[in-house]
Design a protein around this ligand. Structure first.
Ligand code: GTP
Ligand code: MG
Length: 627
């Protein structure tokens, strides 16, 4: 019954279990660069693109979050189910379902493929990661499998061009022949008994069509025996994190010096080229001091992400989640919270969105509540600036850089407080609910693909530069104006900035912040810091530059070391661990938690924590003579 599809461009949807390579296939089909990662739950939203076959046909392709069954439990799984069944308002079901199955893990994938067939939509089964399956000596009789399933089956290796040939030619055939008309949906939510029957049927099909080698592939198991060991595994995880932060400080230095020198030269050149006056001050103090002082931190951010991307690709991150589950569970956090919290090290916003993979609402809310406590990369400029200005560059025990140790401590403080807050949240809100058990599949180890890592780094760099060029730049213009006008009255003493709007605003807020050791310059920097945390660094740069310092990151450091006490610097660092210094994060919390209540709760508790912790730090430091 070769009915022709009425739509000019047929719509395909990629459906499959988490981590089976849907996004990799999506990228291969559409030429996009969506994020792939070797752990479950990377994709939490639908993404669409267009595939053009070698035969010149076009398809609309949708990438979906992974799901083990249409019996959806978490919000990301519901997205998939609703799209597959055409339950989205104003949207019909896709014309062809591409059932993506991990060829090394057929049990999960085939059960879902059979569920998809029940929906009545045409289904094409793709056995992805066939390269790994062959490498392990797994033999799959695809013709027989296709007969058993009653569905066409192709094999694919999404991450290699040559691995896509069969799928491309099959799509061309489908386009030429026209899609079969869909049948009635016969799928309904299966009960436990039906699920069990379905799994038995799948096991029977696998027994008939798949030959696995007698000796199972042991590498992953052998590595896991060490890396998942309750003691050795945790120790290795700690060492890895520690090395990561040491590297952020030591490897980045030469590159940062280079960028710094570049901005130095630029500043000097503009100073010479431009006639003295407002314009010169704007370029030198506003632009170069502001944006330049933030750009210097690009190398550190990239080094941090190099580590994270490599470990992700390797398949280590899911293990880290497994290791942390006991500790996180004790604090009332779900094991699946690990990935969202890990993403929050980049930025709380994707982290909070990644919490969609957590199916229970209380666990999702707890995760969202504490995600902003993870040290996001926007804090790195703030931390590094203060650390380089106040913490001597010494080595401790002949091995560790003291600055790296302090940085490690700041990250650790964020993590520990996140655990503490979720523990308290559990006591306050959810005392009676028992925590559901943690189930997460551990992916096999894979060698990281350099191309993927390089793309990941490029994306990060581009995002960072875009922020520097937009948010940070525009905030800098505002700050420069506030710090320059109305100018000093005739016969005034001291730098003109003392008579500026910025000083007025700063002096207005200062009494509130004086108890935690902040001066009016810090008060000025905190307000625009709500737009993006790094702006605080740039704002301090501009304020002190106009006040008469130099205009590079190093010059800002010197200015701070002159004007601040150590107690103030420490209090400022501690403030940045806790303070709700990011308006966009709060907006996302409101959206994802479904209410302003949770946003204000987050804002309130973080502000209270920040103030209390900075107050304590400042006064303890003063008492110890760091005033
Ligand atoms: N060797 C090999 N690796 C693959 C193949 N397809 C995907 N991968 C890798 O498998 C991992 C998971 O791929 P993704 O595309 O992120 O998987 P996904 O199905 O989108 O996962 P979720 O979005 O979490 O549901 C990544 O590390 C990919 O590089 C393949 O055909 N062969
Ligand atoms: Mg994906």
């Amino acid at each position: 019954m070769a009915d022709f599809a009425p739509l000019p461009v047929p719509r395909l949807a990629l459906v499959g279990a988490p981590n089976c390579g849907k996004t990799a296939l999506f990228n291969a089909l559409t030429g996009s660069r969506q994020k792939v990662g070797n752990y479950a739950g990377v994709t939490v939203e639908r993404k669409t693109g267009t595939a053009r076959t070698p035969g010149g046909h076009s398809f609309d392709v949708t990438d979906l979050p992974g799901t083990y069954s249409l019996r959806a439990r978490s919000p990301d799984e519901q997205v998939t189910r609703d799209i597959v069944l055409g339950h989205r308002p104003g949207e019909t079901a896709p014309d062809l379902l591409l059932a993506v199955v991990d060829a090394t893990n057929l049990r999960m994938g085939l059960r879902l493929a059979r569920e998809l067939r029940q929906t009545g939509r045409p289904v094409l089964v793709i056995l992805n990661m066939i390269d790994i399956a062959r490498h392990r000596g797994i033999e799959i009789d695809t013709a027989e499998l296709s007969r058993e399933l009653g569905l066409p089956v192709v094999t694919a290796t999404a991450v290699r061009k040559v691995g896509m040939a069969e799928l491309w030619s099959r799509l061309d055939e489908i386009a030429a022949a026209g899609l079969p008309a869909p049948a009635e949906n016969a799928w309904r939510e299966p009960g436990v008994l039906e699920l069990r029957t379905a799994q038995r049927e799948v096991d029977r099909i696998i027994a008939r069509t798949v030959r696995t080698p007698a000796i199972p592939h042991g590498t992953t198991a052998r590595i896991d025996a060490v890396l998942l060991h309750p003691v050795a595994g945790l120790a290795i995880l700690l060492v890895l994190l520690f090395v990561m932060f040491q590297a952020v400080f030591t490897w980045a230095q030469p590159l940062m010096d280079l960028i710094s020198a570049g901005f130095d030269g630029l500043g000097a050149a503009t100073h010479q080229l431009l006639p003295p006056g407002l314009f010169q001050s704007f370029i030198e103090n506003g632009l170069i001091a502001g944006v330049g002082s933030v750009l210097v931190f690009l190398p550190q951010i990239l080094i941090l992400f190099l580590f994270i991307l490599l470990l992700e690709d390797l398949g280590y991150m899911a293990r880290a989640a497994f290791l942390m589950d006991r500790i996180m569970g004790g604090a009332g956090l779900h094991g699946r919270a690990f990935i969202p919290l890990l993403s929050s090290f980049a930025c709380a916003i994707p982290g909070i969105m990644a919490a969609r993979v957590i199916d229970s609402r209380r666990d999702r809310l707890t995760t969202i509540l504490v995600a902003p406590l993870m040290t996001c990369s926007a804090r790195i400029p703030v931390y590094t600036l203060i650390i380089s200005a106040f913490i001597p560059a010494r080595t401790v025990a002949g091995l560790f850089s003291l600055q790296g140790l302090v940085m490690f401590g700041l990250y650790a403080a964020g993590i520990v407080s996140a655990l503490a807050v979720s523990f308290v949240a559990k006591l306050l809100f959810w005392r009676r609910d028992p925590a559901p058990p943690f189930m997460m599949e551990l992916p096999d180890y894979k060698l990281p693909r350099l191309k993927g890592v390089a793309i990941g780094l490029l994306t990060r760099a581009r995002m960072f530069l875009r922020r520097a060029g937009t948010t940070i730049f525009s905030m800098m213009v505002v700050i420069w104006v506030l710090a320059t006008f109305p100018g000093a009255p005739a016969g005034a003493e001291g730098p003109a900035i003392f008579y500026s709007f910025a000083a007025m605003i700063g002096h207005l807020i200062e009494p509130l912040l004086a108890p935690i050791g902040f001066n009016w310059q810090i008060a000025v920097a905190l307000v625009p810091g709500m737009a993006a945390r790094e702006v605080a660094v740039a704002a301090l740069g501009t304020v002190y530059a106009i006040q008469g310092g130099g205009d590079t990151a190093q010059a800002i450091g010197h200015a701070l070391a002159q004007h601040w006490s150590l107690a103030t610097a420490l209090s400022f660092l501690v403030w940045y661990i806790f303070a709700p210094q990011c308006a966009s994060t709060l907006a996302v919390i409101r959206r994802e938690a479904g209410g302003a209540r949770w946003m204000w709760l987050t804002f309130g508790y973080m502000l209270a924590l920040a103030y209390a912790a900075s107050f304590l730090t400042y006064h303890i430091a003063l008492a110890l003579g760091a005033g």
